[in-house]
Design a protein around this ligand. Structure first.
Ligand code: RNT
Ligand code: ZN
Length: 412
């Protein structure tokens, strides 16, 4: 018997069907961000990365153009198991020298991406207005700016993005998630916390009123507690967006780097599932702050995956990744994070949730504690390896990435 057969038997003794888990896992889509490949710089010639997000490190081989980024995505995605979508930012428009600003981007500027995503056989594209790294981020503000021209520019940008998202949805016959995140906020104590939020509310109302097709495009709003340079106040706070989303039947996007360190997104998921049909995630790893480190197979990631799996929310929670590390091989960063997410989902799929739930409901807390500890000793690794081999992949991805590094990245 091989390791997997032994593991399968051990899980079966606990009432867990490993085959069902493997089949479920390969069908859970993960939206993989394009921006790990080029340190969030984009292709539309915007100004240097701004908005309180930072990539640190200077590892050689950053993708400098569309061709290089495509090659890196192709290589990295080939080492990622499971169903994948591509998460694009508007700043990755292919403009081919056309003088057009972000308020007027059109579907054709993304046609080359559609061709590429089809070539890779991915499930679809998700999309993000890019309201940072641009001259029209005025005094750190976009959709909440007191300058009406600035506000209109970004409202128009978001409306343009919704049209592009409809195009993606049509092309892939799959929804397109459009996630709105703005960097707006203040470094120091504001004199007025309400008015910027009312302006943001008005901007969002204008965007949603553009008449986009809600069957095709899912709009989400991403809150944040603070950013570098906006330590004292962010306009798009958690309470603001959660209430806005609830009232306007749009979606919340939870980025687990965007809360106080002792707040857990794993606990927020079931809170929102009580009220929302759908919610979106940016899975990241904050180290002391919203540092966007590579996602690893760690406790909070496991808890997030458990909440998705045990609440039958696989079809309700749109999983996206959001991290960017320029200090290590960028392809390895991509693959490590995506595999960690898949691992966490598999881990969650192999837990006897019904049994644990009934222990909780009968207040058998002693038994519950012991049973939850037992889960940790199960032969998870053997099932993971079986999954990889069924996906045509090896556990080792670094050898291939190192080869690509010496043949391709080091020559850039
Ligand atoms: C920033 C947000 C946002 C960005 C990406 C690039 O704090 O997390 O989602 O990281 O859109
Ligand atoms: Zn995010």
């Amino acid at each position: 018997m091989n390791m997997y057969e032994l593991a399968k038997r051990e899980y079966a003794e606990k009432g867990i069907d490993t085959e069902a888990a493997l089949n479920a896992l390969k069908n859970i889509p993960i939206s993989v961000h394009c921006w790990q490949g080029d340190d969030v710089i984009g292709l539309d010639g915007g100004v240097a990365l701004s908005g309180g997000i930072q990539t640190t490190g200077n590892y050689p081989g950053r993708a400098r153009n569309f061709e290089e980024l495509k090659a890196d995505i192709k290589k990295a995605f080939s080492l990622m198991p499971g169903k994948k979508r591509l998460n694009l930012h508007a700043s990755y428009a292919i403009l081919n020298g056309e003088k057009v600003d972000r308020n007027a981007y059109r579907p054709e500027h993304f046609k080359p991406w559609v061709g590429f995503v089809n070539e890779l056989g991915l499930d679809g594209i998700d999309f993000n207005p890019t309201m940072f790294s641009h001259k029209n981020v005025k005094d750190g503000l976009t959709l909440s700016s007191p300058d009406e021209d600035i506000r209109k520019f970004w409202v128009d940008h978001c409306i343009a993005c919704l049209k592009i998202a409809e195009y993606f949805a049509d092309e892939f016959n799959s929804h397109c998630l459009v996630n709105i995140w703005i960097p707006d906020g203040f470094k120091d104590v504001p004199a007025d916390r309400l008015t910027p939020r009312l302006r943001l509310k008005d901007s969002l109302d204008k965007i949603l009123a553009c008449g986009y097709d809600r069957n095709k495009v899912v709009v989400a709003v991403e809150s944040k507690v603070f950013g570098i340079g906006v330590e004292s106040y962010t306009v798009g706070s958690n309470e603001f967006y959660q209430n806005y989303a609830a009232k306007n039947t749009i979606c919340c996007l939870l980025d687990n780097g965007h809360y106080h360190p002792l707040e857990y997104v794993s606990d927020k998921i079931p809170a929102l599932l009580a009220f929302y049909d759908k919610l979106a995630l940016h899975v990241t790893r904050g180290v002391r702050w919203d540092s966007d480190h590579v996602v690893l197979f760690e406790d909070e990631l496991k808890e997030i995956a458990k909440e998705i799996v045990r609440n039958n929310a696989i079809d309700k929670v749109m999983i996206g990744l959001d991290y960017f590390d320029a200090s290590i091989n960028r392809l390895s960063a991509w693959v490590t994070g995506q595999r960690a997410m898949q691992k966490a989902l598999l881990y969650a799929l192999l837990i006897p949730h019904e049994k644990l739930r009934s222990l909780q409901d009968s207040a058998a807390f002693t038994e519950l504690m012991v049973a939850q500890e037992e889960v940790k000793d199960m032969p998870f690794g053997a099932v993971w390896k079986e999954y990889l081999s069924r996906e045509g992949l090896k556990e080792d991805y670094l050898t291939e990435i190192k080869k690509y590094e010496s043949e391709v990245l080091n020559k850039r």
